[in-house]
Design a binder for this molecule. Structure first.
Ligand code: ADP
Length: 466
């Protein structure tokens, strides 16, 4: 998938991240280059001023060694060597009288009175001035400094060399700046694109799913932690949605299949009652059978709703502190009459107290369903035992019977909705009991396991965190 399909480019995250990255990078580079250039400028000018001062020192030495005449001779010699448009030198008195000068005609008016005034007042040992150089775009620098009693030297020089040197740097800096804009834009674009391509995977997968491909998953890449988390969270959400969809489909199929039989029976009863004339008593019997079938239907629908709610997390368990022992005893008392009828002995092996943080009603339903099955699938004269206890911070409740057992081929399916073993159909259940046990157990963060041998018996164990 390309990142182009997103309409107005300026509204894309890719564009904005690139601009932001390039902007920050370019501005920082610009700032560094400007600072560097100013530092270079200052250092160059300082070097130049030191050269001027060196020249003044040279004149001072000549002055002290050879006097005014020596300096005049030096300036006369300079006049022959120098290009008058590039530099000039002249000797002045403090009053401004020119004692000797090289050719300064091209320099126009060269200021002296203000500088001499400053020197006379003793405010500064020398005076620097900046001005335009003759006939060029360059700048020039002029120094006025005393070299002896009532003798002042004034030297001027164009900054051509220094300015050319700085211009070379400026050009390089501009070139570097341009390269930086291009490089930072490319890097920003590349980095943003790498991150967004992974995000694009998530969008792409969502799009495929919206078209009905629920098997698609995001490929979780290790590159960026945030996107890795987004991808795995998205996949977990998809797994959950898919399992919910699967169970909804199953429920629909089961409803269609398993509600048909009671409905058909109700219809049959009604049809029979229409076909022949019957006494009031017989009609009452028909009505009673209809109510019985309706109750069965209502029970199936209610149990299915309870399972679905527990599985989807709609009905959160109401956690309270429970003592499990009396709950098991109550259930055993309740089932005792049915067990006695089948001459089945119920053996309890329970601690005096067994504390558990869980939902009372859900736990009661789990116990009664497993006890009901144990008695239902155990032939006359058998035994059912219930053991409870704790082990490494978990509580275990085991239901063991000496019943018909469960064939290996049935074992993987017994917790599915409406699943019934071949031999069980005649015993009246509907195949929802173990689904309910599993859904309620898992809603309380527990597990349910089964061990069974055909003709010997079964053992169901539910385990919960205490
Ligand atoms: P049913 O309403 O058929 O009892 P359940 O969901 O409770 O539905 O159980 C599903 C199937 O598991 C039963 O039809 C039966 O074949 C098997 N089963 C459950 N408990 C036992 C048991 N204690 N002994 C043997 N088979 C069992």
């Amino acid at each position: 998938m390309s990142l182009k399909k997103t309409g107005n480019i300026t509204n894309t995250l890719l564009f904005r991240l690139t601009v932001l990255y390039a902007g920050i990078f370019t501005l920082s580079t610009l700032l560094i280059l400007i600072l560097f250039y100013f530092k270079l400028h200052t250092v160059t000018m300082k070097d130049l001023d030191e050269e001027f001062l060196g020249e003044v020192d040279r004149y001072s030495t000549i002055m002290s060694e050879k006097g005014r005449e020596g300096v005049k001779n030096e300036i006369a010699g300079q006049a022959e060597r120098e290009d008058p448009e590039e530099e000039f030198s002249r000797l002045l008195t403090f009053q401004g009288e020119v004692l000797i000068s090289t050719d300064i005609s091209s320099w126009g008016a060269v200021e002296k009175s203000e500088s001499l005034e400053t020197l006379r007042s003793g405010d500064a040992p020398y005076v620097f001035q900046s001005r335009d150089a003759p006939d060029t775009d360059y700048r020039a620098r002029v120094i006025t400094a005393p070299i002896g009693p009532d003798v002042v030297v004034q030297i001027g020089e164009t900054l051509e060399e220094a300015e050319d040197y700085l211009q070379v740097f400026l050009n390089w800096f501009l070139f570097l700046f341009f390269i930086m804009i291009v490089l930072s834009s490319l890097t920003g674009w590349f980095m943003a694109r790498r991150a967004l391509l992974d995000m694009e995977d998530v969008t792409e997968t969502a799009l495929e799913i919206s078209k009905g491909d629920y098997d698609r998953r995001v490929q979780v890449k290790d590159r960026f932690n945030e996107i890795k988390r987004l991808g795995s969270t998205f996949n977990t959400m998809l797994d959950r949605i898919q399992s919910l969809l699967k169970s909804t489909r199953e429920v629909n199929a089961n409803i269609a299949h398993d509600l048909r039989s009671p409905l058909t029976r109700i219809r049959g009863i009604a049809e029979m009652s229409l076909m022949y004339d019957k006494s009031v008593e017989e009609y009452k019997g028909v009505a009673a059978s209809t109510i019985e079938e309706c109750d069965r239907l209502i029970e199936i629908v209610n149990t299915m709703l309870e399972i679905t709610e527990a599985e989807s997390g709609v009905s959160e368990p109401r956690i309270e502190v429970l003592d499990v022992t009396p709950l098991i005893r109550e259930a055993c008392d309740l089932f005792q009459p049915i067990a006695s009828e089948k001459k089945i002995e119920i053996v309890e092996s329970l601690p005096a107290e067994l504390t558990f943080h869980g939902d009372r009603k859900k736990l009661q339903r789990i116990i009664s369903n497993l006890l009901d099955n144990a008695i239902k699938y155990t032939p006359e004269g058998g035994a059912v035992s219930i053991t409870a206890g704790t082990e490494s911070n978990r509580i275990n409740i085991a239901f063991e019977d000496t019943g018909i057992g469960i064939p290996d081929s049935d074992l993987p399916h017994i917790f599915e909705r409406f699943y019934q073993g071949d031999k069980s159909r005649s015993l009246g259940g509907v195949g929802l009991g173990l689904s309910l046990v599993k859904a309620f157990t898992e809603a309380m963060k527990g597990t349910v396991s089964v061990f069974s041998t055909v003709h010997k018996g079964s053992r169901f164990v539910v385990t919960f965190p205490q």
